[in-house]
Write a protein that binds this ligand. Structure first.
Ligand SMILES: Nc1ncnc2c1ncn2[C@@H]1O[C@H](COP(=O)(O)OP(=O)(O)OP(=O)(O)O)[C@@H](O)[C@H]1O
Ligand SMILES: [Mg+2]
Length: 380
């Protein structure tokens, strides 16, 4: 089977690694000259909505998927007229728009933070009290890694103006800033005939809007309810592929932040830590194959390498560290690799020491993650 992937970053790289093992071949389309997955298959260089590029891409593919959710939906619809696209343009359109996304969650009975649609500075002034401060103003579309967001702390005209200008004065939503106890994500995969699998819940720590650490444990008190919410989304859209749902845990309950209609950074640990990775299950679903088991035997941690890579030697000096280097040029704020650690010895003290070392190599202050590491100890 020839699988087409829109986007050629690290997610495409890990998808093709899984696909290659299953005998699939790949075609990738991306606008970057130096896309890191360009050598992972036939590479079509061009904008996502370039008709020539799209038609070359579709000629090389039996089925298509995407690794990036800001692909123009009209390009995906054009493809859908020619080959199956999984997941669909319909779910992509909703995931691209924070307002439609939150309205969908609400309609499906998935709790969300208080929010209001904001189209003008006047509306921002009008709704700030109702949403409650502090709040986050987010562009409806095109945000990622915390970009396109501004915090609103008070209702002074200049504060509101500053936030409105910071996001470029485009249609937005204003959300209460949730004082969460933990950030979680649930990842599941659905096949075309409705078979579903879910991975252990991920506990995620962000800094400056960018994911730094994921801890995944086989048991979590919130797992069942998180899975139920993800299940509703999979069913609603007749979803095919891997989906991630990002959640805030607050006062023992869950609020949905956003969904990603693709494989997700918080699921990278599944390559070494689960029976079948999120990437392989995505490719299986896209090709209509039976899904693989998602069982996790031991706690897993994933540390993102952001901006610069530490010395390979230093990473590999951590016992049983799994290093993934994406082959991207180093640039501030850019994800250039990750480290996965598995608690093989079922010894959380030793495991946490290794995770702390990985965090240090990633340039993080490991002490700031003590709470998450301790939590993992309790859960193990
Ligand atoms: N309403 C909120 N309350 C508290 N924290 C928030 C809120 N919205 C966002 N954040 C924080 O900012 C991070 C990034 O926000 P969000 O997931 O909405 O944006 P994004 O740019 O799509 O990020 P990504 O692509 O990395 O998932 C969240 O993971 C969370 O840590
Ligand atoms: Mg997010």
């Amino acid at each position: 089977v020839r699988v087409g992937i829109l986007g050629a970053g690290q997610l495409a790289q890990m998808l093709t690694e899984a696909g290659t093992r299953l005998g699939m071949s790949h075609v990738l389309l991306a606008p970057e000259h130096d896309a890191c997955a360009a050598s992972c298959g036939v590479f079509v260089h061009g904008d996502y909505d370039d008709p020539h590029a799209l038609s070359r891409f579709s000629e090389h593919a039996d089925v298509a998927t995407f690794e990036f959710e800001n692909v123009p939906t009209h390009a995906v619809e054009w493809l859908e007229d020619r080959i199956p696209v999984r997941p669909s343009a319909e779910v992509l359109r909703i995931a691209q728009d924070r307002l439609r996304e939150k309205e969908t969650f609400r309609r499906l009975g998935i709790p969300v933070p208080r929010f209001e649609a904001i189209n003008t500075l006047l509306e921002l002034q009008h709704h700030a009290e109702a949403v409650g401060l502090p709040a986050v103003l987010k562009t409806r579309t095109l945000g990622y890694d915390g970009k396109g967001q501004a915090i609103v702390r008070d209702t002074r005209a200049e504060s509101l103006q500053r936030a409105w200008r910071a996001i470029g004065g485009t249609p937005a939503i204003l959300e209460e800033l949730v004082p969460f106890d933990r950030e979680l994500s649930v990842i599941g995969t659905q096949s075309p005939d409705g078979e579903q699998v879910f991975y252990s819940l991920n506990e995620n720590v962000h800094r400056e809007g960018i994911l730094r650490l994921t801890m995944a444990r086989a048991t979590d008190p919130q797992r069942e309810i998180a899975e139920e919410y993800a299940r509703r989304l999979l069913v609603e859209f007749g979803y095919v592929g891997t989906l991630a749902l990002e959640l805030f845990e607050v006062e023992g309950g869950l609020l949905a932040n956003e969904m990603a209609p693709r494989v997700h950074n918080s699921g990278h640990w599944t390559i070494e830590g689960a029976e079948t990775s999120q990437f392989e299950n995505h490719m299986r679903a896209v090709c209509g194959l039976p899904l693989g088991g998602t069982l996790q035997h031991r706690a897993a941690a994933m540390v993102n390498l952001i901006g610069t890579l530490p010395a390979v030697h230093d990473v590999l000096a951590i016992p049983d560290a799994h290093l993934h280097v994406y082959g991207k040029a180093e640039r501030p704020g850019r994800k250039v690799g990750h480290i996965t650690l598995i608690d093989h010895a079922n010894n959380s003290v030793e495991f946490n020491t290794r995770v702390a070392r990985a965090l240090e190599l990633a340039g993080e202050d490991a002490a700031a993650y003590a709470l998450t590491l301790r939590e993992s100890q309790r859960g193990a």
